[in-house]
Write a protein that binds this ligand. Structure first.
Ligand code: GLC
Length: 791
């Protein structure tokens, strides 16, 4: 080739040694267009737009005017916000009633303050800019007191200070450890806690993004392409940040009651007979169960929307029989469609142009379970509609829940996924897979959720997903993928689910017992104890591993596991009431202690304890052969759930805990509700109890929520909301009980109030009237006073 110009090809020699970073430079021009503030700088363009008084969006494009189109994550529309502008010689400021954006003109730097003048987010010396003509990056100052949370599904401890995190949805079968990153989900969002106050940043860029929180004085977020596009949320409490973030990206819809019951899965229950036997064992052993999962073996050679009729001769009859005993079936649906000219889904996909393609028009094929497969282009609304409608196959059989797996999408090749050069049609705005990869699972979720919702005629669909992007909580619950039956993975799952909850994904859980590797009876027992309180409660295990059904390790372990599955059902009214709140506020049911105690440094990286709501602490045992642990109880007085023993908080205590015991603590002066033990959520509740943990003094408030548990009728007001206000003064308890919403007539007609730590001198005043002593049943052994109250 010496005789062609190739001889003087620049090759790689021209590549610069240290990729230069281009700072955005000085401000040159400012214009206001309605509520949008546009800044032109030497090396880029910046738009600033207030969404609410407490939320502002900053978009920077190095090359041209920014686009203000958001990703699929965003459901919020900007409100009209009154903004005061101040243009000074060196600076420029935009202030709402809750946030102030201070801009330094030369060089252009953006800092954010709250209404009290407290600095929230400040750009470091490097500000914003770009590298290699495509990578955008933003540098911020890190305060010594900063703690970072969120980031979706990440391994490691609760606080992510000192970590570098990447967002690129990835199928990771290799054992997850502290530094296994990225995993299946991408949530380019975090919350900063500093001196008891919180604020949040959501970097809405769907390319591969990285968050470098490793350095001492500076952190950064960067993306392989696209724009710097981020929202600053003012907080100032962690709960307010959650409310703000889920206002932008949406909230988890209220799950059906069966969704928060106990679920049993295995890769795979391989035949109808096996499924029936499994369910019969649960019934005979009186272990509650709401759902059984069908993994890939149910399909005809892994063709989605089919059944293998040799293994499952009559799926319709099976579903009907199971439903009659209160058990539901959740089948797996992967995105890969088997290449087979005689298979209707493949035929339709080809004929109707639903598969992901290269720009030249060739379909992308990759190997997954069915062998060579094509992948729907979920960026097209037509394709989402098509895919959603295909679920009629399942709903016609009586199925209400779907399990989406391998939707990163996972492909059995070197890169583990689709070729990044595939071009998704994206409804007329084509984009490469490099840009859309992280959205694939979210969009498949949207297609499935809405398809199911339409087909279920008013019933609430359930979707479980492995992959997702910010906003996935609108459609799906998330399980944390292929963990192992390791004690370390039990420990890892706790901060992982807490951080998912802090990222808006309130319904999450790991494979209880561990997916790969062989579990042990002790590990399964301890893990089920934790599972009874994780938002989503499913036992799942892999092909070829030790069986993991509750009875797999003999009667002693079975008894413990049964006790905790039953406990879950007793706690369901309380959990369901909390889920109802989450669906309105975004504040998760399972939450780290710092959300309730943001000033208490002992909570900042507390990764082996969590709270249920605002008054219950769960402190599980996560080590083998261990029958005690240190528990941190924040300020206040706490009661051991099992023994009613009282502990003063504000310190660490040592608790004994045999294999039957999960340490649980309730804050005095608060309430929790309990139902009865039942074999599935389909059995109507008849026995409602509200436990009140009496305090010397103080006030609290409890909201009990109930509805039919399976339809959307609650959206039309068909629900019950009971408000109980509590006031204590020595032996006198004053309660105000009010049914504030009565759109639903519950299946229980009366309920029992149980006052713990009561004395025979208890004086109970309900709605201003003293309860007659003869109506109070006082147990001298337990010191519990019981009173039966009509609905
Ligand atoms: C993946 C999933 C796992 C499932 C298996 C077979 O590994 O993460 O949960 O059981 O595929 O479908």
């Amino acid at each position: 080739m010496q005789d062609t110009s190739f001889a003087i090809h620049p090759g790689n020699k021209k590549k610069l040694e240290n990729t230069p970073y281009h700072d955005i430079g000085d401000l040159k021009e400012f214009v206001q267009e309605h509520n949008l503030y546009r800044f032109t700088c030497e090396q880029g363009f910046v738009n600033i737009l207030f969404y609410r008084d407490d939320i502002v969006r900053i978009v920077m494009n190095p090359f041209h005017k920014p686009t203000m189109k958001s990703s699929f994550a965003v459901v919020a529309e900007p409100e009209i916000v009154k903004v005061k502008i101040e243009d000074k010689e060196d600076s420029f400021s935009l202030s709402s009633s809750k946030l102030q954006v201070m801009i330094q003109k030369s060089p252009f730097r953006v800092n954010f303050y709250d209404q009290e003048g407290r600095l929230l987010v400040s750009e470091s010396e490097k500000g914003m800019g770009f590298k290699e003509s495509k990578e955008v990056v933003c540098f911020k100052e890190m305060d010594p007191e900063d703690h970072f949370y969120g980031f979706g599904e990440k391994a490691g401890f609760l606080d992510k200070r000192g970590e570098k995190l990447t967002m690129w949805n990835t199928d990771v079968y290799a054992p997850h450890n502290q530094e296994t990153d990225p995993l299946y989900q991408s949530h380019p969002y975090f919350m900063t806690l500093r001196n008891g106050k919180a604020h949040g940043i959501f970097f809405d860029n769907t390319f591969k993004t990285t968050f470098d929180m490793k350095k001492e004085k500076e952190y950064s977020f960067a993306a392989e392409g696209g724009q710097i596009d981020y929202y600053v949320m003012a907080g100032p409490s962690p709960k307010q940040v959650l409310e703000q973030y889920t206002w932008i990206t949406g909230r988890m819809p209220l799950p059906a009651k069966w969704v928060i019951g106990y679920h049993q899965s295995r890769y795979s229950y391989e035949s109808e007979q096996e499924v029936r036997e499994l369910v019969n064992s649960f019934i005979q052993k009186e272990i509650p169960l709401d759902a059984v999962y069908l993994d890939i073996h149910y399909m005809n050679e892994y063709r989605v929307f089919t059944f293998d009729r040799d293994r499952f001769p009559n799926p319709e009859k099976m579903m009907k029989d199971l439903k009659s005993v209160g058990k539901r079936i959740v089948p797996i649906v992967d995105p890969g469609v088997k290449v087979d000219p005689e298979y209707s889904i493949y035929q339709e996909g080809i004929r109707q142009n639903h598969f992901s393609k290269y720009i030249e028009g060739d379909i992308f094929y990759g190997n997954v379970w069915p062998g060579k497969s094509a992948f729907p282009d979920f960026t097209k609304s037509e394709t989402r509609k098509w895919w959603g409608e295909k679920h009629r196959f399942y709903t016609d059989l009586g199925i209400e829940g779907i399990w989406n797996d391998m939707n990163e999408p996972a492909v059995f090749n070197e890169t583990k996924t689709m070729d990044v050069n595939v071009v998704h049609e994206n409804d007329g705005d084509p984009k490469t897979h490099r840009e859309m990869h992280n959205l694939y699972g979210l969009l498949m979720g949207e297609a499935t959720y809405y398809g199911m919702k339409k087909l279920l005629h008013g019933k609430r669909p359930f979707l479980l997903t492995r992959a997702g992007y910010s906003g996935v909580q609108r459609y799906a619950a998330v399980w944390t993928g292929d963990n192992r039956s390791f004690w370390e993975h039990l420990a890892l799952s706790i901060p992982m689910c807490m951080n998912l909850g802090l990222s808006g994904v309130a319904l999450s859980g790991p494979d209880i017992g561990g997916f790969a590797h062989d579990t042990t009876g002790e590990l399964l027992a301890r893990w089920t104890q934790v599972g009874a309180f994780t938002p989503y409660f499913r036992n799942h295990s892999a092909i070829g591993t030790a069986r993991q059904e509750p009875w797999s390790f003999g009667p002693e372990i079975e008894k413990i596991i049964k006790k905790y599955i039953q406990l879950r059902y007793q706690w369901l009214p309380h959990l369901y009431s909390l889920f109802a709140q989450t669906s309105k506020t975004g504040i998760p049911v399972m939450r780290p202690l710092f959300i309730e105690y943001p000033e208490d440094r002992h909570t900042f990286n507390l990764s082996d304890q969590f709270m249920i709501g605002e008054n219950v602490i769960i402190a599980p045992i996560i080590k083998p052969d261990t029958y005690h642990r240190v528990v941190y109880l924040p300020e206040g007085t706490w009661v051991d759930y099992w023994t009613d023993q009282i502990y003063e908080g504000g310190k660490h205590i040592l608790v004994e805990s045999n294999l039957e015991t999960l340490p649980i603590f309730i804050k005095v002066g608060t309430m929790i509700s309990h139902g009865s033990i039942k074999q599935s959520t389909t059995i109507p509740e008849k026995d409602m109890t509200i436990h009140l943990y009496q305090s010397e003094s103080g006030e609290s408030h409890y909201t009990l929520y109930d509805d039919d548990g399976e339809t959307f009728a609650y959206e039309k007001g068909e629900y019950l909301e009971k408000q109980i206000r509590y006031q204590a003064n020595g032996n006198v308890i004053k309660l105000t009980i009010e049914n504030s919403v009565t759109g639903y007539q519950p299946t229980w007609k009366h309920w029992t109030l149980k006052v713990h730590h009561a004395t025979p001198y208890l004086k109970l005043i309900i709605n201003g009237k003293e309860v007659d002593a003869k109506d109070i049943n006082f147990n001298t052994e337990s010191n519990i006073a019981s009173i039966r109250i009509n609905l």
